[in-house]
Design a protein around this ligand. Structure first.
Ligand code: PGA
Length: 229
């Protein structure tokens, strides 16, 4: 199976920065065969989904960083899963710890978001830390578990430069599979081109924040993953 790399730009980048990143990235993709080994998804701010969608080539996918827990309707300011799907979004990051911390998201809302994604034909990437794997799993209807990708997002490792050691990632990955079943498991938290290979045997892919902001850093990561045995 191809390894999945999600570039999560969070609230970074203006329109011109998005354009410049995409141009530089597609130039690199054009001259490489990495797309045969790595599935890449770009998660820009919703504002620039159309921008990124227009530039996508070589099998790169579109992802969103969030979704409404409600369907389309009278929900001012919210973006429904069906709207994301209509833009070509394949994956949505759901329940990121920054959403929980700064926007008060809880397990029940995350579960509703998962349902909205699945109903719209989008694969949810559900973020968990080890302390709430079980509570999050039980909030999500069990029939949906097999349709999720789960990301182990270690709170202390996100944006800190302190990636979690592979032994612990392996342990938490096993816990996730015990609870959610044999789903793909990603790891996120200060992953870079220098440490990603340590997780080669453990994870099906990685969520990349800081190291996705500059094309050179992200490309080094893509290349490191493509060269994994
Ligand atoms: P980071 O972010 O790579 O900057 O640690 C990861 C994430 O938030 O998923």
């Amino acid at each position: 199976m191809k390894k999945l790399l999600i570039a999560n730009w969070k609230s970074h980048k203006t329109k011109s920065e998005v354009d410049a990143w995409m141009e530089a990235f597609e130039d690199k993709m054009e001259t490489s065969l990495t797309q045969e080994k790595v599935k890449i998804a770009i998660a820009p701010s919703d504002l620039f989904l159309a921008e990124v969608a227009d530039e996508l080539e070589y099998g790169t996918a579109l992802a969103a960083q969030n979704v409404s827990p409600y369907p389309t309707g009278k929900y001012t300011g919210a973006t429904a899963a069906t709207q994301l799907a209509s833009m070509g979004v394949e994956y949505v990051i759901v329940g990121h710890s920054e959403r929980r911390r700064y926007f008060g998201e809880d397990n029940a809302q995350v579960a509703n978001k998962v349902r909205q994604c699945i109903d719209a034909g989008i694969t949810p990437i559900v973020c968990v830390d080890d302390s709430y794997i079980s509570t999050q799993a039980s909030a999500i209807e069990s029939e949906f578990h097999a349709k999720c990708i789960i990301a182990y997002e270690a709170l202390d490792a996100i944006g800190t430069g302190n990636n979690v050691n592979p032994a612990q990632v392996a342990e938490v990955t096993d816990q996730i599979k015990e609870v959610f079943g044999d789903v793909p498991v990603l790891y996120g938290g200060s992953v870079t081109s220098s440490n990603v290979t340590e997780y080669a045997e453990i994870n099906d892919g990685w969520l990349i924040g800081s190291a996705s902001l500059k094309v050179e850093n992200f490309w080094a990561l893509v290349t490191a993953v493509a060269n994994m045995e």
